[in-house]
Design a protein. Structure first.
Length: 153
């Protein structure tokens, strides 16, 4: 009897630790990096890496996903680094957002997948949709300085 009384509060504490509410303590609700006009433009026309995708990646992804912060892991610092196949497969499959692991790890990923970003502001639904459209349109990524992301604030 006493043993079962002790287990009930313990179960309540453990379930609270694994709740979505607890996860949100380190994953803040997202705010759009782009203004409303830029989002509308990207939703109806061609998604531009430089104008639409790059600002989102720089603000919410590149500080961790670069070769200095995580050597040997997914780096978004440049196209050459982003398209490399890692141990988990290809992260960006141009023309196929559903097969792109990059998309499956954004925002509200399935519980068995480590959702990105694990800490800080999450991507908004509009930003995830924008990245999906960009990948569906071929994930065009310019070479040179235009295609390199700032990896430090």
């Amino acid at each position: 009897m006493i043993r079962s009384l002790l287990l009930v509060p313990l179960a309540a504490v453990l379930s609270a630790c694994s709740s979505a509410e607890h996860e949100s303590e380190t994953r803040l609700p997202g705010r759009n990096v782009l203004d409303a006009a830029a989002l509308k433009e990207a939703q109806s026309g061609m998604v531009s890496f430089s104008e639409h995708v790059k600002p989102v990646l720089e603000a919410k992804c590149a500080m961790c996903h670069n070769s200095k912060a995580q050597p040997g892991r997914l780096s978004l610092a440049s196209q050459a680094e982003a398209v490399q196949t890692g141990t988990l497969g290809i992260f960006i499959v141009p023309g196929r957002p559903a097969q792109s692991r990059f998309i499956t790890h954004l925002g509200k990923a399935h519980a068995s997948v480590k959702a990105m970003p694990p800490v800080g502001e999450v991507l908004t639904e509009e930003e995830v949709a924008l990245i999906q459209r960009w990948i569906a349109q071929g994930a065009s990524w310019p070479a040179g300085a235009a295609g390199r992301l700032k990896t430090e604030p």
